[in-house]
Design a protein around this ligand. Structure first.
Ligand SMILES: Nc1nc2c(ncn2[C@@H]2O[C@H](COP(=O)(O)OP(=O)(O)OP(=O)(O)O)[C@@H](O)[C@H]2O)c(=O)[nH]1
Ligand SMILES: [Mg+2]
Length: 374
C-alpha cells in the first residue's frame, strides 16, 4: 500500500508536474500540496508563518511523510522534522528512493548504494553534533566510541562499494577497447528523464524494454547491436537526467554515464511537447550534465522527440527559443509514429563517417578507482 504525504513544492506548473511525477514514481499518495515561491530559507526552508500552517495541516492529515521538493541542509531537515514530528523526505532522498526501487542491475545497485552512503555521510556530522547536544532522539548519550564506529562504518561501506564500482568501470574500459579493436562504432541516447529515450531505443532496435510516463523508468544501461545503412553499430540507452541533482549523484552514475564520453555519436532526446519554460530548463540541465561528463559537442545530435504532438510551426518556434535554429544536427522525430527516423539514421551515419580523434581512456591519475575516492 502506498504511503501518504504532504508535498511542498515551488509555485510553478512545471515544478509541480515534475514533483508529482517523482512522488508517483516513489509511490506516495499526495494528500495536500503546498506551493511556495521560496523553499530555501535558512532555518526551515519555508517561512515560519507557512510552517505554522503546515503544522496544522499535518496534525489534521497525519501523513506518513512530508516531501520537500528542494535539497535541504541537514540542519533544516532536522528543524522541520523536530517541529512537525514527521519524517521529511527532501528532493535528494526522494530521488534516491526512486532509484532504489527501480535499480535492477548489479552496477546500478552499487551506484545507488554509493549515492546513499554519500547522502548519509553528509548528514552524519549533523546527527553526531545533535546527539552530543542530546537533541536527536535515538542518538541520546552517544559516546565517542559510537561516533567513531558510526563514521568508520559508513566509510568502510563506501570503500567497499567504490572498489566494486572501480571493477565494473574497468570492465567497461576493457569492453570499449575490444570494440575499438574491431572498429565497432557506438551510439548513446541521452536526455532528461521521460524524454522518450527508451521508446526511441526500442524503435531503432526492435526491442521491447520498459517505457512509461513514469520518471526514471530506465536506470541501467542496455546496449544492442543494430544496422545503420547496413553497418553494424552498438546503441545504448541510459539513465535520464533531472534538474537539481547534486554533483555526487552524477558522480555515482559516472561509470555508466561515462559511456557518453566515449560514444561516437550522442543522440540527445528532447521532449519537444513540453511547455516552453520547462523545455528550456530541461535542455539546460542536459547541456550541463553533458558538459560535466566532458562530452564533445561535435558528436551531439539533437532529436526533438514527440513531434507528433506539436505543429511544425511550434517546432520552429521552440528551436529558435533554444538557440538551435538552423542547426544542421537537429531533427524533429516521433518515436511513436516513426516520423523522420530514416532521417535520424542518415544523420547518425554521416556523423559516424567523420574522422574523430580517439578519446583517451581516463588518464592514470584520474583512474576510476581514484575517481571514487573522496
Ligand atoms: N506521443 C509520443 N509519446 C512518446 C514519444 N516517445 C516517447 N513517448 C512517451 O513518453 C513516455 C516516456 O517514454 P520513455 O521512452 O520511457 O522515456 P525515457 O526517456 O526512457 O524515460 P526514463 O527511462 O524514465 O528516463 C512514454 O509514455 C512514451 O510512450 C513520441 O515520439 N510521441
Ligand atoms: Mg528509459
Amino acid at each position: 500500500m502506498s504511503q501518504t504525504a504532504i508535498l511542498i513544492t515551488y509555485d510553478s506548473e512545471d515544478s509541480l508536474r515534475e514533483a508529482l511525477g517523482l512522488c508517483e514514481a516513489a509511490d506516495y499518495r499526495i494528500e495536500k500540496i503546498i506551493r511556495q515561491k521560496i523553499l530555501n530559507k535558512a532555518k526551515y526552508g519555508i517561512g515560519e508563518g507557512k510552517l505554522a500552517e503546515l503544522k496544522e495541516f499535518a496534525s489534521k492529515i497525519r501523513p506518513d511523510v512530508i516531501i520537500y521538493d528542494e535539497v535541504l541542509k541537514p540542519r533544516q531537515n532536522y528543524n522541520l522534522a523536530s517541529t512537525l514530528k514527521i519524517n521529511i523526505l527532501d528532493r535528494e532522498s526522494l530521488i534516491l528512493e526512486i532509484f532504489e526501487r527501480r535499480s535492477s542491475s548489479h552496477e546500478s545497485h552499487l551506484q545507488i548504494k554509493l549515492a546513499q552512503l554519500r547522502y548519509e555521510m553528509s548528514r552524519a556530522k549533523e546527527k553526531v553534533r545533535l546527539a552530543k547536544m542530546g537533541e536527536q532522539p535515538g542518538f541520546m548519550g552517544i559516546g565517542m566510541y559510537e561516533v567513531d564506529t558510526y563514521y568508520n562504518d559508513i566509510q568502510n561501506r563506501m570503500k567497499s562499494v567504490k572498489s566494486k564500482l572501480a571493477k565494473t568501470g574497468k570492465q567497461r574500459a576493457l569492453h570499449r577497447e575490444a570494440r575499438r579493436r574491431v572498429g565497432l562504432k557506438t551510439i548513446s541516447l541521452a536526455g532528461y528523464t521521460s524524454a522518450g529515450k527508451t521508446t526511441l531505443f526500442n524503435l531503432l532496435t526492435g526491442e521491447s524494454r520498459e517505457e512509461s510516463p513514469q520518471l526514471f523508468t530506465t536506470l541501467s544501461t542496455t546496449t544492442r547491436r543494430i544496422l545503420i545503412e547496413k553497418n553494424p553499430v552498438l546503441i545504448s540507452d541510459t539513465v535520464g537526467f533531472i534538474s537539481k541533482l547534486p554533483a555526487y549523484m552524477i558522480e555515482a552514475f559516472k561509470s555508466t554515464l561515462e559511456e557518453l564520453r566515449f560514444a561516437d555519436a550522442v543522440i540527445v532526446v528532447i521532449d519537444i511537447a513540453d511547455p516552453i519554460q520547462e523545455l528550456k530548463k530541461k535542455f539546460r540541465s542536459c547541456l550541463r550534465a553533458l558538459a560535466d561528463l566532458d562530452v564533445d559537442s561535435e558528436k551531439v545530435i539533437f532529436a526533438f522527440n514527440k513531434s507528433d504532438l506539436v505543429s511544425p510551426e511550434e517546432i520552429v518556434q521552440k528551436s529558435e527559443f533554444l538557440g538551435l535554429e538552423n542547426n544542421r544536427k537537429l531533427v524533429p522525430i516521433s518515436s511513436v509514429t516513426g516520423q523522420n527516423i530514416t532521417k535520424l539514421q542518415n544523420m547518425i551515419q554521416r556523423m559516424l563517417e567523420q574522422p574523430r580523434q580517439q578519446i583517451k581512456e581516463t588518464p592514470k591519475k584520474q583512474d576510476l578507482a581514484e575517481f571514487y575516492e573522496d
